[in-house]
Design a protein around this ligand. Sequence first.
Ligand code: C2E
Ligand code: CA
Ligand code: CA
Length: 665
Amino acid sequence: MSSLSVPAPAAPAEHLDAAELRSMVQHDQMVSVRQSVRAAIPINAVLTLAALLMAYSGDKLALGLLWALLSALVNVSRAVVCRLPYRRPHEPASDAAAPSARWWRTRGVHWHLRLTSLLGLCSGLVWALVALLCDAYTSPQTLFYLTVVCGITAGSVTYGIAYARVPIMFITPALLSVAGCLLVAGGFDRQMLAVMVFVYLAALIRSAMQSEAAFKRGSLLKNEATVLADRLRQAHEASHAATRELEFRANHDPLTRLFNRDGFAEVARWRLEAAQEHEQCLLMLDLDGFKAINDMFGHGVGDRVLQDVGAWLGRELAPLGAVVGRWGGDEFVVLYDTSTAALSPEDVARLLTQRVAQASALEGGQLGLSVGLCVGRGLCVTDMLAFADEALYSAKRSGGDGFRFFDHGLQQALVVRRDVERDLGLGLDTGGIVLWYQPIFTAGGQLHSFEALLRWLHPRHGWVSPEQVVHAAAATGRARRLLAHVLTQVCEAARRLDAAGLAHLPLAVNVSPREMAHLEVDELVLETLRAHAVSPHRLQIEITEEVALNAENTHGKLARLAAAGVAISIDDFGVGYSSLASLRGEHVRQVKIDRSFISGLDGSRDNQLLVRTILQMARSLGIDAVAEGVERAEELMTLRTLECPLVQGYHLRRPAPLEEIIQQP
Ligand code: C2E
Ligand code: CA
Ligand code: CA
């Protein structure tokens, strides 16, 4: 994930780039110069016309016309130059404009200012030529021309405050010609006047330069303020963006960019409150087979699968106006308003499960989707989530890769589940949660060992399945306590079996994948055995193939147990993801062939073949094999002909309390 970039505070004014500011000031000068030239041209034209009239009255029409033509030419050029495009600060040297415009654009502000100054000089020279119209300021019209030239020069300085060079270039030739002519004409008063014109010229030049300096100062301050305001705005926007990003991260899952638990719950709560009278559907989705992908191909591939599924869900469900979130791990949640959607909840669930299966099959994968749905009106988000979760749990239990609605039956199951979770602590404390034992026999009918199985007669709901007890313990944070309870009971059973003369018989304890992954099983087992002075050789741990495969997390624990002498047994063998790989670990001492191969074994050639193969494999690896779930005499007979060394099942003996077993071994 990209790291969060917190915006730097706005730089103080002295850290502004001087060159950048200079070019901004120049740009302001350019704009102002053009404005002043545009304002001066009409005045210039009117005065030219007046001078032409005066020339006519002084019998110099031809000369006057020529001069006025020249003046007009210069004025037109100045007007045209004022409209030429130029390259603004930060603008690249060329762009897609017309070729001619492009050429002018290659010229910066400074170049254009100089061009304007040059044309100012031309205009000044034209006004210097006024001397020709009044016989070098000696004709009777002299006063008029003198006043006009002085006026126009004063005006140009007044207007041209931004860039002194333009008015200076204009006024200098005009006034120098006046002063020069007056000097040449001679006489005290004319010479005094010439001196005054020089003084006037100097004053105007000084004034023009002061105006420019003041203009630049003002422009600099304005631009500094603009740049600072700009930076502040940018900083403000960046901090806003950072806040938005932080908010996004608080409510979204970084991997899939979907809502996370908190984000989903909040949006769902808001939606449900806003449309209480509408029927809503909450779907809880769980990928089947994802764990195997993670284990076999690594977390990188697993993450990519989750990203793809998340993106696909977002796309697929967008037309329903659904809120989609990642609930954690490989679980996703979806909420949509069924009253406004074109698809029924059943259609949505079917579509999703089918598409995942199809897409996965195309890629040669084995990914599936289980869906739990809760449809209702006026429900709160917490209940909807709990109900959909219950439905999902049920869908998973019945094999996965399908969907299940939360219905009356599940509602009952949920009540039971909640009661079981609530009463579990009490069951552990008061000894309500006990172990029953199912014997395992040799082919010849000799007692070989026992499997310890959890039993709980719940005061209200009757017998609760061991899976439910284990699930409730995990859900209520009592997993370690339950395992410790089981191990203690097994150790006590071992002591009682010793006392009953059955000292040689091992006891097997089931450890779920979750317990194996999350608890320090090795420590707990060895500690309990020590505390009860029971030999580790007396104990077997039954784990599933999934656990055996997930070596990363459990290898050390299994190795320590095996090294201490505890036998590791692979339970439900043959139905897991990769049976052979699970046998690779050097710690495995036994496989328990899953009940599904044994049931109806006598009538199934295929199962006989598979069982025979497993038995051969176990023999060649030097490990024991147990056939589980033997319910009929025919199955037992078949197992005997297949030379299965160990058997377990209702046909031989059902699980029973220890006292019963001891009384009737
Ligand atoms: P499992 O390890 O496969 O245990 C064998 C299950 O098959 C037991 O069910 C047993 O009562 C049943 N069974 C035995 N013989 C037959 C038969 O001939 N036919 C049929 N249909 N079933 C037979 P149970 O006691 O309900 O346990 C279910 C599962 O709960 C166990 O399956 C085991 O995975 C889990 N479990 C039981 N006790 C514990 C425990 O202490 N800790 C953990 N983590 N899991 C346990
Ligand atoms: Ca077992
Ligand atoms: Ca089993």
